[in-house]
Design a protein around this ligand. Structure first.
Ligand SMILES: [Fe+2]
Ligand SMILES: [Fe+2]
Length: 245
């Protein structure tokens, strides 16, 4: 058996144990399988298909808050919390601390590719426009130094992408646009506090940011995902990533 076949067999065995049949979205498997081929629907084995909570995941409360997503869907989020703490230590305004806490939530719990844009879209209904804007553009700004604030091209990016990586034209265009925008510094300050070599021995608790989030994140009373905002469906997908529809 190839590695892929082994993985599929293991997954098949796992799904046998579930009460519901799980069909993965194309984006979960693209690259592992050829996206030009139709996704084979697994045989239903007399079972119903997954249409809600996946028992393999920790269950979210009925009205989930931002912190519920941090605890149950976004992993330990040490990078986000350490960046926010650094912004706090640097005496930056609460809106910047919030932006640092949330800047990579797409990587933490949703989709890596174009994470600045996805993160901003997830947050737009709930934070000030300037915070979402800053988060959207931090992705592009990370590739471009700014001596005026001591921001250099990240060494980590040389390691990750190679010394000859050049940002694509659409990223350069986004950079030029952001560079001339009145909110440039909001986005730039995210990159300045974007800790990539954080200390694993330093422990940051989510509770340190309770007040900042309470003051600047408009938590919907129905719970994130159930408030009919333009981003609610994205939060629902993070909550229930394996629903058939
Ligand atoms: Fe980022
Ligand atoms: Fe980051």
């Amino acid at each position: 058996m190839t590695t892929l076949q082994q993985a599929e067999a293991a997954e098949h065995a796992l799904s046998q144990e579930l009460d519901r049949v799980v069909v993965k979205s194309v984006i979960f498997t693209s690259g592992e399988r050829d996206p030009r081929q139709p996704v084979q629907r697994p045989p239903d084995q007399g079972k119903l298909y997954m249409m809600g909570h996946d028992p393999r995941l920790p269950k979210m409360p009925d009205k989930p808050t931002l912190f519920d997503f941090f605890r149950l869907r976004f992993g330990p989020s040490a990078h986000l919390m350490q960046s926010a703490r650094l912004a706090m230590k640097n005496g930056l305004p609460e809106q910047i601390v919030l932006a640092c806490l949330l800047h990579d939530i797409a990587i933490a719990g949703f989709i890596r590719s174009d994470h600045g844009y996805w993160s901003a879209q997830l947050l737009e209904p709930y934070v000030d426009e300037e915070v979402a804007w800053g988060i959207r553009y931090h992705q592009a700004l990370r590739f471009f130094p700014d001596e005026s604030v001591g921001y250099k091209y990240p060494e980590l990016y040389v390691k990750l992408f190679g010394a000859d990586y050049v940002p694509e034209p659409h990223i350069q265009e986004a950079y030029r646009y952001a560079r001339d925008h009145k909110w440039y510094m909001t986005s730039r300050l995210i990159t300045v506090n974007d800790l990539y070599a954080f200390d694993p021995s330093v422990k940051v608790e989510l509770e340190e940011f309770t007040d900042v989030v309470g003051r600047h994140f408009r938590q919907p009373k129905e719970g994130l995902g159930f408030d009919q905002s333009p981003a609610a469906h994205m939060w629902r997908t993070i909550n229930w990533p394996t629903r058939y529809l």
